[in-house]
Write a protein that binds this ligand. Structure first.
Ligand code: S3P
Length: 448
């Protein structure tokens, strides 16, 4: 194995990742594991904190986002052991028993933390909470959760434009049937969590099915949950009691996606990504890569603690074809669109991504940022209000690019750089730690 053509430069505040593939090319080989699923990690910490008794979590993601969730719930009385341990123990304090925190709750960069937690806080009577986060969080829309919670009777104050910081006066809420205009698991989960302490049926109906980890885990913790996939509806029947459970967090398919695309675009690669969660509400990336004719197969498919899991193999070299990514597929690959844009750059034909305007309000405006950064590397991309049109087949040339402090952008650009000629430097690459703290180490490990 030769020395990896990768250098990480750290200054006081930022890291830059420089990637310079050798003229002779490189390939990616090996068996790797990705960190725990971010969505499941947040929910395990939250439900563990709200349950009676102990929850033991195996495989928790030790990224910055779950660290923020743990910090918030510790500040409200949950006892959460060292997150570095193999097994994280959460001593719950029981639904309705959260303590009023003595300071502002800080969610850092985490949209899942602020939106899910808002449903929990709003339904805790006689407590007052204030919540803030980093610059990105303070610009992300909160109306989508504030408005349905207000329909349930919640008292929430926000900065103008319904932006964080937020203040919440917890009170007893009433159940509602909410027709969500968005297919958003954060909105759905917020309302279901608020419904736990109400008297009756709280239902959320979505225009398309979003990830269902909340429904699965709430049921495992003993809540009465009904789901109707036909109408994309989920119901919680309150008041609920949650009991602490063992949780096994599978590897995050959203993190595996970087290696699947990397393996597909770098000829001669052969990667096995082990222990990946393949919940059907998350596998849009596999469907899209199959439509692009990437050589990907599932091995050792099994079920672990209520979630389907597999080892996913990718072999490089199959010529990729353009495809269309739109409609109900979008919520099933919402976080994978930046890395799919990279795949599309190397696919023959025009890939069209539509119905994805939600990407404009993620950790960054992911449509604008991916378009501008890949164009700097020589890609041909037209930005549309709700998507991207990517003309594949133009060779990429190394350039200076920027993550815009968005973890998925940082990692997507690093993968693009593997198949570019010359040197690419990704500025503010430290953002990757939000969901994938050892991304660079794994990249170094698989380059041959
Ligand atoms: C998440 C839901 C998605 C996703 C985010 C995690 C979750 O957001 O983009 O990274 O854990 O519920 P939306 O629900 O806003 O689409």
């Amino acid at each position: 194995m030769q020395t990896a053509p990768i250098t990480l430069t750290m200054t006081e505040h930022h890291h830059s990742l420089t990637i310079c593939p050798p003229m002779s090319g490189l390939s990616l080989q090996g068996e790797i594991r990705v960190p725990g699923d971010k969505s499941i990690s947040h929910r395990a910490l939250m439900l563990g904190a709200l349950a009676q008794g102990e929850t033991q979590i195996q495989g928790l993601l030790l990224g910055e986002d779950p660290v923020s969730t743990a910090g918030c719930f510790r500040a409200m009385g949950a006892k959460i052991s060292d997150l570095n341990a193999q097994l994280v123990r959460v001593e719950g304090i029981g639904l309705g028993n959260l303590l009023e925190p003595g300071d502002v709750l800080n969610v850092g960069n985490s949209g899942t933390t602020i939106r899910l937690m808002l449903g929990i806080l709003a339904s805790h009577p006689e407590r007052f909470f204030t919540i803030t986060g980093d610059r990105s969080i303070r610009s992300r829309p909160m109306r989508r959760v504030i408005q349905p919670l207000q329909q349930m009777g919640a008292s929430i104050w926000s900065r103008s434009g319904e932006l964080a910081p937020l203040a919440v006066q917890g009170r007893a809420l009433k159940p509602i049937h909410y027709q969500s205009p968005l297919a958003s698991a954060q909105v759905k989960s917020c309302i279901l969590l608020a419904g736990l302490l109400t008297n009756g049926r709280t239902t959320v109906t979505e225009p398309a099915l979003s990830r269902d980890h909340s429904e699965r885990m709430l049921r495992a913790f003993g809540a009465e949950i009904e789901v109707d996939p036909e109408t994309c509806s989920a119901t919680v029947i309150g008041p609920a009691t949650l009991r602490g459970q063992p949780v096994v967090v599978p590897g995050d398919i959203s993190s595996a996606a970087f290696w699947l695309v990397a393996g597909a675009i770098v000829p001669g690669s052969n990667l096995l990504v082990q222990n990946v969660g393949i919940n059907p509400t998350r596998t849009g990336i596999l469907d899209a890569l199959a439509a692009m004719q990437a050589d990907i197969s599932l091995e050792n498919v099994r079920e672990v603690a209520g979630e389907p899991v597999a080892d996913v193999r990718v072999r490089g070299g199959a010529p990729l074809k353009a495809c269309e990514i739109s409609g109900d597929l979008i919520p099933r690959l919402i976080d994978e669109i930046p890395i799919l844009a990279v795949a599309a750059v190397f696919a023959t034909g025009i890939t069209v991504i539509r119905d994805a305007s939600e990407l404009r309000v993620k950790e960054s405006d992911r449509l604008a940022v991916m378009a501008t950064q890949l164009i700097r590397m020589g890609a041909t991309i037209t930005e549309m209000p709700d998507g991207l049109e990517i003309t594949g087949g133009t060779a990429l040339v190394g350039a200076d690019v920027d993550s815009h402090t968005d973890h998925r952008i940082a990692m997507s650009l690093a993968i693009a750089a593997l198949n570019a000629t010359g040197t690419t430097t990704i500025h503010r690459a430290e953002a990757a730690a939000v969901s994938y703290p050892n991304f660079t180490e794994t990249l170094q490990q698989i380059i041959v």
